[in-house]
Design a protein around this ligand. Structure first.
Ligand code: FMN
Length: 199
């Protein structure tokens, strides 16, 4: 008979002590940066935002590259970057954004201040196979060079949409890819941040 009250008390004590040592994680912040002239990449960015918001207590901020401040960049837990395909590569505005990390935000080796943040990419291109994967890889390569942890969802390398002549709305399938990318980024970011808070 004496064992029954003792076991729950022991379990409570164990949980309480472990809980006292952990810093609890309240929220994660995801920054979604995109360039868009005709609105297609902006529409995918909204899909990424919707997907990330499926995960509770996740803050999502959408921003265009020139408006991102150093404190926004360095304060985010995750960064998702979207670009239209321009000549089989990322748009110049997105390349300049990455370059500004160093020229304006002092993102340099050996500290690599973006180290271990989660990164992901999405793109829209006019044609089916005219540079979307190269665009995604160029974005992911810049993140890897900064020692970020890159993830994908949607397609193998990130979310994509083919926009043809450039005046149609995006297909539901493409928006769903973007939502799944946003949700995955949020879930991985939570897992990493909670893991880091453990002693
Ligand atoms: C300068 C320029 C270069 C482009 N180069 C390519 C290309 O190499 N491959 C491709 O599939 N689409 C290319 N496109 C088409 C855009 O990638 C496509 O229209 C994209 O969806 C535009 O995105 P937005 O609506 O967000 O502005 C190019 C468009 C521009 C303006």
């Amino acid at each position: 008979m004496r064992f029954f009250p003792i076991i729950p008390v022991a379990l409570c004590l164990q949980g309480g002590l472990a809980g006292a040592q952990e810093k609890s994680v309240d929220r994660v912040t995801i920054l979604v940066v995109y360039h868009s002239v005709k609105g297609h990449t902006a529409a995918l960015a909204k899909g990424v935002e919707q997907g990330a918001r499926r995960v509770a207590n996740t803050d999502v901020k959408l921003e265009t590259p020139s408006r991102v401040t150093c404190s926004q960049l360095l304060g985010a837990d995750a960064l998702v970057v979207g670009s239209p395909v321009y000549w089989a590569n990322m748009a110049g505005e997105i390349k300049t954004f990455f370059d500004r990390w160093t020229t304006e935000c002092k993102v340099l080796p050996p500290e690599f201040p973006m180290r271990d943040k989660v990164g992901a990419a999405f793109t829209t291109g006019g044609e089916v196979a005219s540079g979307k994967e190269l665009t995604l890889l160029s974005i992911l390569a810049a993140m890897l060079a900064n020692r970020m942890i890159v993830v994908s969802e949607g397609q193998a390398l990130g979310a994509t949409a083919t926009t043809g002549e450039g005046d149609q709305t995006l297909a539901d399938k493409d928006l769903d890819e973007a939502r799944r990318l946003g949700e995955r980024v949020a879930r991985v970011t939570w897992t990493l941040k909670q893991g880091r808070s453990r002693p």
